[in-house]
Design a binder for this molecule. Structure first.
Ligand SMILES: Cc1ncc(COP(=O)(O)O)c(C=O)c1O
Length: 358
């Protein structure tokens, strides 16, 4: 029996998503502690109240609420947007997938503005969609709004914009956003890094039938392992999302963790502040090296272009020292590194190693 003949042909040839490796595996590999600056995670972890809330909770044997009532209530307070606009997912990754499953028929298209987060083309391909790439501009990775508008046709359903964008760290302006909304396509603004920037499009959602804002607890709240994100949707789309999601898509531990986190906002804002302060210090240190160009970032990572250096080689040498970052070697991002902002001691270790290597 040839299983490949049973699998959808486009999935047989599709490239796999390359995820980052878990910390335990990295530690085994280097036989010691690692400095993990490759996943844009929060080095300070989650609120201490999360541990207490998880220990105190006693209904793990009961399914979570498919209606997500407590979560929506807490998120209404946090976002200032009425709860009927809010839907939670198992990470914002799940919400990206659900939006596409809701609207894409095979052969429909999405607009992807590379370089950007890999999950948009990945999920679109799984849905049988086609990816129309409208690359960001050369100098500063600004969006090519004219290019996006010119690329639309009757099959284009969704435009994805990450703001701040991963891995470039820059943001969309409100006027650009409105131009995209006026195209009538579904515009998804992925604000996974919102808390490090502080400007949001969420308040625009209730007035527009085709604007979606996605957020996550993975970055600012230190809950990446729990897999929980949420979106602010126009009510019509929110209703469809609730209709097609798996009933128990958000697990109860994630729910407990989020409720505890939203009850400890000041603590979390404190860690976000530490990270953004550290981001600026790291930026200066990287610039001082003289052989790479860091790009200003509104998120918790910094993209760097190598100046006559090989990014893969630097990445490899850092790995040997137990320091893990991301490198890119695509046509658009040739010889680039992305460094997540760590604690001051992690960033110092990185800078010291970079000085030794070059
Ligand atoms: C732009 C962007 N959106 C979404 C995600 C995924 O978030 P989550 O952990 O909620 O699935 C990431 C993770 O790196 C990201 O960079």
């Amino acid at each position: 029996m040839n299983i490949n003949k049973l699998v959808r042909p486009e999935l047989v040839v599709m490239k796999s998503y390359i995820p980052i490796e878990p910390v335990e595996i990295l530690e085994q590999r280097v036989r010691g502690k690692v400095v993990k600056l490759d996943g844009n995670e929060n080095p300070y972890g989650c609120s201490p109240r999360v541990y207490q809330a998880l220990a105190d909770y006693s209904y793990y044997h009961i399914y979570p609420d498919p209606g997500q009532r407590k979560l929506k209530e807490a998120l209404e307070k946090y976002t200032g947007i009425a709860r009927q606009h809010i839907v939670c997912g198992s990470g914002s990754d799940e919400l990206i997938d659900l939006v596409l499953r809701l609207v894409l028929e095979p052969g429909d298209k999405i607009v992807n503005c590379s370089p950007t987060f890999g999950m948009y083309p990945f999920s679109a391909e799984i849905c049988g969609g086609m990816i129309i790439d409208v690359p960001r501009k050369d100098e500063d990775f600004a969006l090519d709004i004219m290019g996006i508008k010119g690329a639309l046709d009757g099959k284009t359903k969704v435009i994805f914009i990450a703001s701040p964008n991963n891995p470039t760290g820059n943001v969309i302006e409100e006027q650009e956003l409105m131009e995209l909304v006026d195209t009538g396509r579904i515009v998804v603004i992925d604000e996974a890094y919102f808390e490090f920037h502080g400007v949001t499009a969420a308040s625009l959602v209730p007035a527009h039938r085709n604007l979606i804002v996605l957020r996550t607890f993975s970055k600012w709240a230190g809950l990446a392992g729990f897999r929980i994100g949420y979106g602010v949707f126009p009510v019509e789309i929110a209703d469809y999302m609730m209709k097609i999601k798996q009933p128990y898509n958000v697990n109860i531990a994630a729910e407990v963790a989020v409720l505890a986190s939203l009850g400890d906002i000041d603590y979390l804002r404190g860690t976000v502040q530490k990270i953004t302060t550290e981001r600026e210090r790291l930026f200066t240190k990287l610039k001082e090296l003289g052989w790479l160009k860091p790009y200003p970032s509104e998120a918790n990572f910094i993209l760097c272009a190598m100046l006559q250096r090989n990014a893969e080689e630097i990445w490899r040498q850092l790995r040997q020292r137990g320091i893990f970052i991301r490198y890119f070697d695509t046509p658009r991002l040739k010889d680039y590194l992305r460094i997540s902002v760590g604690k001051p001691e992690d960033n110092d270790a990185l800078i010291k190693a970079l000085k030794e290597i070059c």
